[in-house]
Design a protein around this ligand. Structure first.
Ligand SMILES: O=C(O)C(=O)C[C@]1(C(=O)O)C=C[C@@H](O)C=C1
Length: 358
């Protein structure tokens, strides 16, 4: 673990030239560690209580940068983050601008003096509970599972709950042992398999903001993609939905009469697809889907700093973030290709928006 606690993740610095980054707090969460691995002392860290609040901080302009968990290698996508990707403002006021992946090693944490056989409740983020299912089944199969907004919120809850704190455990990072008095790590590495990684999206308010770089730390566990990526939201027109509309009575059931289907919309994109996720669209016909599509733009050809398209093209704004000021950069060209690809989907009869470009 490469977390640097001596700086407190720079959370108390308040230079106006330093951009504020919203993350799922409190400090010590995996989100905090991922953000610190990516940005080091380059930003000021602002913990928010839920993933939705992180999204909202960026959307409202409170913080120009944010970080949300996207997927875990054992338990799959982070539903609350994908729910943010469904919101119409994602793609107009908030964009994915980068990614970072870190290794996850979960610990069973209790108040000091509590033994495994005393544990009747386990508190954690639903992702952590899901990643540790085998351990829970074999060692604590009768324990009640309690979802908390983050792993560290679970640790705080066992410390604050005078009535049930002594019969509870949290699942969180070993970093918590250094952050909180009165707790102990009962067991380390309790996830279903030793290899466990979570990938995070870096959010910003526009596709043309240059993210702050990290001058201070390098983690062997964190991984930033060296490739250009794009994130798109695609919706197939309702006329080709093959399912009946369950919101109407049987006599009104109609089936699709043609139009575009998902496969043809994906083929007109003309870009390699790295992943495809689906979420139901709220407020629409029953079983209407939104598809979240990640596409690959090939090797990045940025400068050796790894983050700026062409260093001389960047000017610092009052928010502490760089902005492109010169001619078209590789990233701008990639953003253009993504917009053209979504244009082709719309021409083919679907809906498509760019949610991210990095
Ligand atoms: O609760 C935290 O510590 C988080 O940062 C959230 C989160 C997630 O949502 O996936 C991040 C990484 C781990 O997979 C477990 C939980």
């Amino acid at each position: 673990m490469t977390i640097l606690l001596n700086s407190d993740f720079a959370s108390h610095r308040s230079s106006p030239a330093v951009a504020e980054l919203a993350f799922l707090g409190p400090k010590g969460t995996y989100s905090h560690q991922a953000a610190y691995d990516r940005f080091g002392e380059g930003v000021r860290y602002v913990g928010r209580p839920t993933i939705t609040d992180v999204y909202e901080s960026v959307r409202s302009g409170e913080c120009p940068v944010g970080l949300i968990p996207q997927e875990n290698s054992i338990h799959g996508i982070v539903i609350e983050s994908y729910d943010a990707l469904r919101v119409p403002d994602f793609g107009s006021k908030v964009f994915v601008r980068g990614e970072v992946t870190i290794k996850i090693q979960h610990c069973l944490i209790t108040r000091k003096g509590v033994a495994l056989q005393d544990v009747k409740r386990i508190l954690s983020h639903e992702q952590a509970l899901g990643q540790c299912g085998r351990f829970i089944k074999s060692h604590l199969k009768d324990a009640v599972l309690v979802k908390t907004p983050s792993t560290v919120a679970g640790v705080e809850a066992i410390l604050n709950d005078e009535r049930e704190g002594r019969s509870s455990a949290a699942i969180a990072s070993s970093v918590c042992e250094r952050l909180f008095d009165g707790i102990q790590v009962l067991q380390k590495g309790i996830q279903d398999q030793a290899s466990n990684f979570t990938r995070f999206y870096v959010l910003a308010r526009s596709v043309d903001w240059q993210l702050p770089s990290n001058p201070t730390s390098f983690s062997p566990w964190s991984y930033e993609s060296p490739r250009n990526k794009g994130l798109l939201r695609i919706r197939v027109s309702e006329t080709c939905d093959p399912l009946p509309d369950f919101t109407h009575s049987r006599s009104q059931v109609t089936h699709g009469t043609g139009g575009s289907d998902l496969a043809s919309l994906l083929s007109v994109l003309g870009l390699p697809i790295c992943r495809l996720d689906r979420r139901p669209l709220l407020g629409a016909k029953t079983f209407t889907n939104l598809y979240i599509v990640e596409v690959d733009g090939g090797e990045q050809s940025f400068d050796s700093a790894g983050s700026s398209p062409i260093a001389s093209d960047i000017a610092m704004g009052p928010d502490g973030l760089g902005r492109w000021v010169g001619g078209a950069t590789d990233l701008e060209m990639w953003a253009l290709r993504l917009r053209e690809a979504t244009g082709r989907v719309v021409e083919a009869g679907g809906d498509a928006e760019v949610l991210g470009c990095w």
